[in-house]
Design a protein around this ligand. Structure first.
Ligand SMILES: Nc1ncnc2c1ncn2[C@@H]1O[C@H](COP(=O)(O)OP(=O)(O)O)[C@@H](O)[C@H]1O
Ligand SMILES: [Mg+2]
Length: 237
């Protein structure tokens, strides 16, 4: 059961949004996902509260440095993917979460020049590798990318990061109103009304591509019985 941590010491980079997109898409595909909400702003826990029961998703709120390893060991048997949402500041939780992770995803705003929060995470990973010989797989995911940014411009950013030995996900998370609205209305991209949310189909496709890339990187075999049919939400809030 892979542990994926979203880390960037800067708030607003798109961590929590990416956590939600990946978790709901994995759950839709039949994977059991436990989200560990370590953000003192409790965005994921609040979203979960207003969403009602979402099949395959469990959320553990108020996760601390001390409780994090316990939550993972206690829920190993009933979880396919653990996903950790960290606070948006430099915090002792960062090192603990990274140490427990199979993969660290570093969301960086595609068009913002300020990538310092991401750089701090990369420095910590490098430090672990050099001093402790602990190598933790990681990638940058470009987030909040304007839908008008061309594929070519994105390729240039990716090439620049790759030159510095920073792996970058092929899929960038696009700035979409659906990704904002979901925190207000609860539920998933599939339960939103396409008549009210612009470009919902594109948002869904973006979340699918993101999750597929992560599943290829960290594959988990599902029993045939876990294949999903029917809606994800069994009880409206
Ligand atoms: N891809 C996106 N499309 C639209 N809005 C986004 C996207 N990513 C983040 N946001 C918005 O930007 C703000 C910060 O995002 P959030 O995911 O909470 O970042 P973090 O967890 O890193 O602080 C929120 O208001 C969120 O709704
Ligand atoms: Mg957050």
């Amino acid at each position: 059961m892979p542990v994926i941590t979203f880390a960037n010491t800067k708030g607003g980079a798109g961590k929590t949004t990416a956590v939600l997109l990946l978790s709901t898409e994995l759950a839709r595909r039949g994977y059991r996902v436990t989200i560990l909400d370590a953000d003192p702003q409790h965005w994921i826990s609040r979203w979960h509260e207003i969403s009602g029961n979402i099949r395959n998703i469990s959320v553990i709120d108020s996760v601390t440095t001390a409780s994090l390893p316990l939550h993972i060991s206690e829920n190993k048997g009933s979880t396919d993917y653990f996903i950790i949402d960290l606070p948006g500041d430099r915090n002792p939780l960062l090192a603990t979460a990274i140490g427990l992770s199979d993969h660290v995803l570093i969301p960086i705003q595609g068009c913002a020049m300020d990538a310092r929060g991401g750089a701090q995470v990369l420095e910590l990973l490098q430090c672990l590798a050099e001093r402790e010989r602990v190598h933790i797989a990681h990638s940058v995911v470009l987030t909040r990318v304007n839908s008008l940014v061309t594929t070519r411009a994105l390729q240039t950013i990716k090439a620049l990061l790759n030159e510095r030995q920073v792996p970058v996900l092929e899929t960038a998370i696009i700035e979409r109103s659906a990704f904002r609205d979901i925190f207000d209305c609860g539920g998933t991209l599939q339960s939103m009304d396409p008549a009210r949310v612009s470009n919902l189909d594109k948002a869904q496709e973006n979340a699918r591509a993101f999750a597929e890339e992560m599943m290829r990187m960290l594959p988990v075999r599902l029993p045939a019985s876990a294949r999903l049919t029917g809606p994800l939400i069994s009880r409206a809030a």
